[in-house]
Write a protein of this length. Sequence first.
Length: 199
Amino acid sequence: MPEWGPAEEEFVDAACLQRYLRARGKDVGKASAMLKHTLEWRREFGVDKLRLSDYDSFLAEGWIYLLGNDDAGHSVMMLRKRASRLEDDRQENFLGFLVLTLESSIRMMKHGQETWTWLLDMSNYDSRNSPRFDFTVRVLQLVANHYPERLNKVFIVDAPTLFWVLFKALCPFLDPVTKAKVEFVQANDELLLSLGWPQ
């Protein structure tokens, strides 16, 4: 791997090292390998070169956006299942948009928080707009491998029965600790309203 530059130096602070150690059960060798993989991925993906102007279509369609912070300082991110399926030729662009949003969400965290809360609106989910299974797994792996110990909670909102089937199929790909942070709720849940869920 090439020498670290300013971007890597900024990324690898003490809190980052602690997150990677926790993610690998305090095994220094495994944590080091995981972090090295992330640094290589960030450079290859061009994380520091992502620009919001490259994702105008996703912004206009409202796929993902930031709602601000909860009372504890966690950043709150809304992901909405759109009525149309994400076309195959837009998947790479979507990944860039997701990563840019994740990076922005990290910068928004307050009061020393290191984690985010996700609200997933699944009210439009059906068999016609369900993403390809392999792409869903790819998204999960990206977040798990390169943003370890960043999740506070995931609220899956108004999920139809079909989504439960997909979730069960995805469970083998989820870390048990991550799975325990997932909660299925309805849109009228008072906690969601307190997090900025649109009424």
